[in-house]
Design a binder for this molecule. Structure first.
Ligand code: PGA
Length: 229
């Protein structure tokens, strides 16, 4: 697989995965400089459309849909946490029950986002209906909103490296969090992968330790959750 002569690879990734895929691609490209790539970043609903229409070589997403005929390989944990601005009164609290967040304003992603549907499911299980949610259509807008003090948000740890390192955002110690999801690399069953796609798939699966180490560096308590994942 070393130094594939040429080829084009089209990858479609969840907006949350966009925080690690370009770095993966940069390393892959050093090994295979003649493989070109187009990267489409979209939410879960967009990923499902791309898979249904066979529009892309590989998809990187959270939980693949159960009602589609897909090949899906899980390759890495995706911890989700509740974040707050550093001035929030709960930043120093320990073992916060989810119910304690009842009166809080939450910033939420748009309909069609996998992060949003997970949040709705978790909150509904606890009979929680967050007060006056504020909807924003990108993770970046959401982080800016939390930093500005508009409210709290539930986000993947993969999106938070910089803000946690710079102490612009804080992970709240909420009971049963982080919620551990997984990343999957997915394509329609029966699709014949190109050499480039096959090489990228294998490469992605091998990079898990490096991506997790980076994430853990921005929030050391993550170690114990990853060990039991
Ligand atoms: P999303 O991605 O929130 O950007 O849709 C995460 C997922 O696929 O679950």
């Amino acid at each position: 697989m070393k130094g594939l002569a040429r080829g084009h690879l089209s990858i479609t990734v969840a907006s949350t995965a966009n925080y690690f895929v370009p770095r993966l691609w940069a390393t892959f490209r050093m090994r295979h400089p003649s493989v070109s790539v187009s990267l489409d970043v979209t939410n879960r609903a967009g990923l499902i459309r791309a898979l249904a229409g066979n529009e892309t070589d590989l998809v990187i997403m959270g939980q693949p849909p159960k009602d589609m005929d897909l090949v899906a390989q899980s390759f890495m944990p995706n911890p989700l946490v509740v974040i707050a601005p550093p001035t929030h009164p709960l930043c120093k609290a320990r073992d916060i029950p989810l119910q304690r967040l009842k009166g809080e304003t939450f910033l939420v992603r748009e309909q069609g986002s996998g992060t949003r549907s997970l949040m709705e499911r978790v909150f509904a299980e606890k009979g929680l209906d967050p007060a006056t949610p504020i909807e924003m259509s990108s993770t970046e807008a959401l982080k800016q909103g939390v930093e500005a003090g508009l409210g709290l948000a539930l986000l993947s740890m993969h999106t938070l490296d910089m803000e946690l390192a710079l102490k612009r955002l804080v992970v709240l110690d909420v009971v049963k969090f982080p919620i551990m999801r997984y990343w999957y690399i997915v394509y329609p069953k029966g699709k014949e992968l190109s050499l480039a796609a096959q090489a990228f798939l294998e490469f992605v699966i091998q990079r898990e330790p490096e991506i997790l180490a980076r994430m853990q560096a921005s929030w050391p308590p993550l170690k114990k959750y990853l060990e039991s994942a």
